[in-house]
Design a protein around this ligand. Structure first.
Ligand SMILES: *Cc1c(COP(=O)(O)O)cnc(C)c1O
Length: 461
């Protein structure tokens, strides 16, 4: 007798696909609620036992209760952290990836998927202005990408001793976490106006040369800080970093999507000098979770560091092929194994939803979407200035807008934030800027209108 778990079941398929249809058709996606959900444990009690349940019952439980206890990060009213706005095409293709059981680890297992992922990476490589030959892989997120890149930086450095990596105070927490995991130390570069520059890096390196600490082997700049959307001075930082023989890493996990806008691209000048770049398609490139693009200027350096040697994996290196068939790897080169460019082995072909959506919609549609968000951020800034009870903290560079409600302290922001979500107007949480609580609008969904921003500001009156 066959095990029913492996038999196609029309009814369950219809059940699940019809829900997927409904979720895709939500217009707009309702905000719903996250954290406050006191009865979940009781609701789930006893669900998983020795025998199973009717799929309809389990799906109903998910739909009626669990899915409502999730704040919708893809709602145009979600303006916290970094929102998500996956295209419909990318969401649909994510289902294809799921149903296809792709293992995108190697050329041997999934050349077709890897070739498509590499095409999508190629678009990003070109926008960043990295040289031909640059490449990498998609990993789960900016955190995994930063760690993978900085491991290459550390292991290719020739200096001996406990390594130090230069960063500014505004660097993402995943970078300082990565430095900790690598057994290295952060060298914090003092900066003015929250922006890392070559001058600031140079001064810090001079001090570091005589302070008795370990060798500085890399510098990390941010292409759009997560808290305020500030782009470091990448060109001058690159020049100083390379002048000192450092690896230059650019974390553009959030801001990298703006490379699609020729207007915004100018502010990233110098990114083309990077040894490694991180861009999260699950942020501003409208792909579903989880997806980060990790690019290396010279992928062979990464391959030397990340390749896993195991007896059972040796076939990855010498892809067998039928006699007379085309060469093993792309362009007749060696097989391209995504596992060689990050610390992971097995991997979902998570670049494919982006690839499909890029291929279907074209690059101009991405440019328009990104630019509309930048425009909304600028209009929001003007609105904040024009509103008597609010003031702009600083001019937005990308799509994050910091602002103050005059006279408010942290408790006021927190209480307001909770009531705003309760009223389903928007999800906006405060942040800290120069030691003070401030409001923060993270715009990313092209369908977040100025009217929503107006509602948010009105609610603070
Ligand atoms: C979001 C972000 C990260 C972390 O990325 P995850 O995908 O959440 O792991 C790293 N750096 C920056 C600048 C980010 O905005």
């Amino acid at each position: 007798m066959r095990n029913p778990m492996f038999v196609y079941d029309e009814q369950t398929t219809d059940l699940v696909l019809s829900y997927c249809r409904e979720r895709l058709a939500l217009d707009p996606v309702p905000l719903d609620y996250g954290g406050y959900a006191p009865h979940l444990k009781e609701m789930l009690d006893g669900l998983i036992g020795f025998s199973g349940n009717d799929p309809q019952v389990v799906l109903d439980l998910f739909l009626a209760s669990l899915s409502k206890a999730v704040v919708s990060i893809d709602s145009p009213r979600f303006l916290s952290f970094i929102p998500a706005a996956p295209t419909k095409a990318s969401l649909l293709f994510d289902m294809v990836v799921s149903c296809s059981s792709l293992n995108g680890t190697s050329w041997l297992l999934a050349a077709g998927a890897v070739a498509a992922e590499n095409q999508a990476l190629g678009v990003l490589t070109e926008l960043a202005g990295l040289p031909p030959g640059a490449g990498g892989t998609f990993v789960s997120g900016g955190s995994a990408a930063n760690l993978s890149a900085l491991l290459v930086a550390r292991d290719t450095a020739t200096a001996r001793g406990r390594a130090r990596i230069a960063v500014s105070e505004e660097v993402h927490s995943s970078v300082t976490k990565s430095i900790h995991i690598l057994g290295a130390d952060a060298l914090f570069v003092p900066v003015t106006d929250h922006r890392l520059t070559g001058g600031a890096l140079s001064a810090a390196l001079e001090t570091a040369a005589v302070d008795g600490g370990g060798p500085v082997i890399a510098a990390v700049a941010t292409g759009g800080t997560t808290n305020a959307g500030i782009i470091d001075d990448l060109a001058s930082t690159a020049a100083v970093a390379h002048g000192h023989g450092l690896w230059f890493h650019v974390d553009a996990a959030y801001g990298g999507g703006a490379l699609f806008s020729p207007l915004a691209r100018a502010r990233f000048a110098g990114i083309e000098q990077a040894d490694s770049v991180v861009i999260d398609p699950h942020k501003w490139l409208f792909a579903p979770y989880d997806c980060a693009a990790l690019l290396y200027r010279d992928p062979s350096l990464a391959k030397a560091v990340h390749t896993q040697d195991a007896a059972y994996l040796s076939a990855f290196r010498t892809t067998p092929r039928p006699p007379g068939e085309s060469p093993a790897g792309p362009d007749g080169g060696d097989p391209w194994n995504p596992t060689d460019y990050a610390f992971q082995l097995s991997r979902r072909s998570r670049g494919l939803p982006l690839w499909f959506s890029l291929a279907v919609h074209g690059i101009d549609a991405y440019r328009d979407a990104v630019e509309s968000v930048i425009a909304t951020a600028n209009e929001a800034a003007r609105l904040i200035e024009a509103t008597p009870h609010t003031e702009l903290v600083r001019e937005p560079e990308l799509s994050i807008v910091l602002f103050r409600r005059k006279g408010w302290a942290r408790d006021d922001y927190d209480a307001w934030s909770a009531s705003l979500l309760a009223a389903q107007i928007a999800f906006v949480v405060p942040t800290t800027w120069e030691g003070q609580a401030v409001g923060r609008l993270a715009l990313l969904h092209p369908e977040t209108t100025l009217a929503v921003v107006q509602e948010v500001l009105d609610s603070m009156a």
